[in-house]
Every structure is written in C-alpha cells, then in structure tokens.
Design a protein around this ligand. Sequence first.
Ligand code: COA
Length: 182
Amino acid sequence: MEEQRPPLIKLEELHIEIINPFHSVAYFKSYEQELVDFLIEDAFDNQKKQISITYLWFLKSNKELIAYVTVLADAISLQGEIKEYFKQKGIPYKSLPALKIGRLCVSDRYLGRGIGTLMIEFVLVLAQKISKEIGLRFITTDAKRNANPTRDSIHFYKKFGFEVLKQREKGTIPLYKDLIKE
Ligand SMILES: CC(C)(COP(=O)(O)OP(=O)(O)OC[C@H]1O[C@@H](n2cnc3c(N)ncnc32)[C@H](O)[C@@H]1OP(=O)(O)O)[C@@H](O)C(=O)NCCC(=O)NCCS
C-alpha cells in the first residue's frame, strides 16, 4: 500500500519576516546541524554586517518557525563551456551578477510538505524583482551532498532547473539557474 503524504502547506498559511534580535530561533531543528548553528549564531549577525538577509517562515496558525532562507549578492565567474555559451549569445564578460541562496532549510517536522518549493519560488520572485532595479542574471547556491538520496539537496535544486556550475570531488557543489533560459 502507498504511504500517505501529509498535506502540502500553502503560502496563505505562512507568514514571512526578516530576522531581527527579538525572534526566538533556538528551538529550530534540522538534521543538517550546520544550518541550525548558522541560524542561531550567525544569521542576524551577518545581516547586521550587510552580508546576507535571512527570511524566517512561520506558520500563521501557531506562530511556529518552520523554515528559513538566507540570500546575498553573488557573481558567477564564467569558464569553459558556459563562457563559450554566453560569448555566442553576445555576452563576452568574465563574470555575471547573481543572487545566492546562502542557506535554505525546512525544520525536520515539516519536511516534504512543499515548503522548500515555496521558498525557491519566493527567491525566484525576489530575483525577478531585483533584476528590474539592478543587473541580475542568475540564482546560485552551493548544494550539500548526502549519501542518503532523500537528503541530497542537489536533486532537490535540479527539480527547479538548477544546473551544475562546476563538478567537485568533495564538499558542496556550486549550482546556478539562469533567469533568462530559452
Ligand atoms: C532540501 C529541503 C529544503 C527540501 O524541503 P522540503 O520542504 O522538504 O521540499 P518539498 O516538500 O518542497 O519537496 C519538493 C520536491 O523535492 C523533493 N525533495 C525534497 N527534499 C529533497 C532532498 N533533500 N533531496 C532530493 N529531493 C528532495 C521532494 O520529494 C519533492 O519532489 P516531488 O514533488 O517530486 O515529490 C529540505 O530537505 C531541507 O531543509 N534539508 C536540510 C537542509 C538542506 O539540505 N538545505 C539545502 C542546502 S543549503
């Protein structure tokens, strides 16, 4: 018998706020401990230093913090095939502007309910909005590998059209998504 999936959470059920010192983030739980530590120790501090902005996602019904996404400015340095591709499109530059997803995490209790998808859509809307004010061509991220295929964030990002920028033997894999993909 097929396992029943919990219902998807809709955007209308959520409330998004930029992190401030009055938010309690200490109870946030994820199997990726590094992402919990970043939220508790660095997210607000980095924001104060104008390094990144962290959006906290709360359930409206009980005000529970269930996810967060951190974004910052970035640039892709064009090399090899990608450089050639853009050269042929009349774009001869060495690097191009990007918006980076620095961190993106859903709390363990709410995994698989569509919140990761909503956060990617949120970043896409944000990127399109910013691209009307300053030049912005890509969304980038460094995806974490995981031996467990249900926890491999590379596959998660690929679902949304992210491509591998550079293959690496170890550590995170840099991914990018072109905002103008024909
Ligand atoms: C990756 C992550 C954000 C996905 O969030 P989520 O809310 O569970 O994702 P969704 O419910 O929106 O799932 C969207 C799709 O991606 C798939 N998916 C979800 N997590 C996945 C993962 N880790 N690896 C591969 N596929 C994944 C789902 O099965 C779903 O596909 P389907 O619609 O075909 O079934 C979440 O697993 C997470 O926070 N992981 C820990 C932190 C992390 O790895 N962050 C990313 C790198 S910084």
